[in-house]
Design a protein around this ligand. Sequence first.
Ligand code: GLU
Length: 417
Amino acid sequence: MLDINPFESAKKKLDIAAEVIDLKPNTLEYLKKVERSLIVSMPVVMDDGSLEIFEGYRVHHSTLRGPAKGGLRYSPDVTLDEIKALAFLMTFKTSLLELPLGGSKGGICVDRKKLSTDELRKLTRRYTSEILTMIGPDIDILAPDMNTGEREMAWIMDTYSMNKGRSIPGVVTGKPIEIGGTVGRTEAPGTGMYYILQSLCERQNISLTSSKVAIQGFGKVGSVVAQILSDVGCKIIAITDSEGGIHSDKGLNINKLISWKQQGKSLKDYKGNKVEIITNEALFGTKCDILIPAATENQIFSGNADDIDCKMILEGANSPTTSQADIILNEKGIIIIPDILANAGGLCVSYFEYIQDIHSYFWNLERVNSEMRRILLRAFEFVLNLSSEKDITYRTAAYAIGGERLARAHELRGLFP
Ligand code: GLU
C-alpha cells in the first residue's frame, strides 16, 4: 500500500510541531533518536518437534520523563522501524497526558493464528527472558497491543517474577485482575474514545447520539467503542474486521455482532436484515458523521483520503493516517482527533494499574473511569487551546504539547556526562 518508512513518517510529525514551539535543533535531533533497541531471536520447539526461530524487538524511545511504557504486538509484518515509530508515539502520548513515563514498544514477527497455545506460551516466555535486562517497573513496563492480551501479560509477569525470585506485577499492565490487573483496563481505549468524542461533540454543537458512525476494526478497541456508542444511541452504519464487513444505513445490531464474532465467525458472513457486505476499502468511502479507524497503521492514505466523507475522524489505532492523507483530510475540513489523544485511555488506565500494583491498593471502576476522564479531558483542553491560539491542527498541537514537556525535561536534566 505504501513504501514510506514508518519511523521517518513519525518523525515528520515532530518536525511540523517543532516549528510551532521553537524546539532547539539539538533537542529536536535528540528526540528523533531512540535511546536503545534490542533485536532478539527466540528458538521454539514446535508441537511437531521441529525448531522454529522467531525474531523480536524491544525499543526504548525515551526515558526522559520516567520509565519507558509501551505495548507488545505479535504480527508477521512487524519491523524494527515500525516498533521505533510506535515507541516514539508512546513517548508523545505519555507526555501529552502528563504521565511520569517515557515511551517504548516491542514486537515479535509471528502469525499468532498459526501457533498453538503452548507454542505461544513458550515464545512469550523466551522473549521475556531475552529482553529481561531492559524491562522492569522502574525501567520499562509492557502492555498488550495488537494480538496480545491478558494471557500473554500473565506469562510475561510470571517469567519476569520467576527470574527475580519474587512477584513483580508492575513489570506489565493489562494483566488479569487476579494477579494485579485493574478493573476497566480492557475497555479503557474504547471508554476514553467515548469521553473525548462526547466533549468534542458538545463543543462543536453536534448531537453525538444521533450521529452515524463507521468503524474499521472489531477487536479490543473497535468492538468496545462500537458497543458504547450504540448503547448511547449512535447508529453504527458500517463495521469491518480484517476480512471485510457489513453496512446498513438503518444501523447495525452491535450486540448480535459481538456474539457472532465470539463464535469465531467473520463479520462479512453475517446475514442480517438489509445488511450489505463491504470491503475494508469500501468502509472508507461510507458517508457518515464519525469515522473510527481502529485496526492498524496507514489505513487512510493518499489513495483513499479523497473518498472519505465524514465530519470527524477519531483515531482508535496507532498511526492509522499517513502524513499525505493527513494533509488531504485537513484541506477537506475534517476534524481529526489524533491517536495520541484519541486512544490514550488504554495507556492512562495502564498507568493506574502500575501505580495500584506499586501501592498494592486497588481502585473501583468508578474511580478508574473518572480519573481517566479527568486526565484525557485535561489533555484535550490543552490541545484545543493551542490549536486555536496558533491556528494549527489537533495533531500538531498534541505533538507540540508533548514535545514542549520533553524539551523542558531535557533542559532540566541536562546531558550526561
Ligand atoms: N498498546 C497500547 C497503546 O499503544 C497501550 C500501551 C500501554 O498501555 O502501555 O497505547
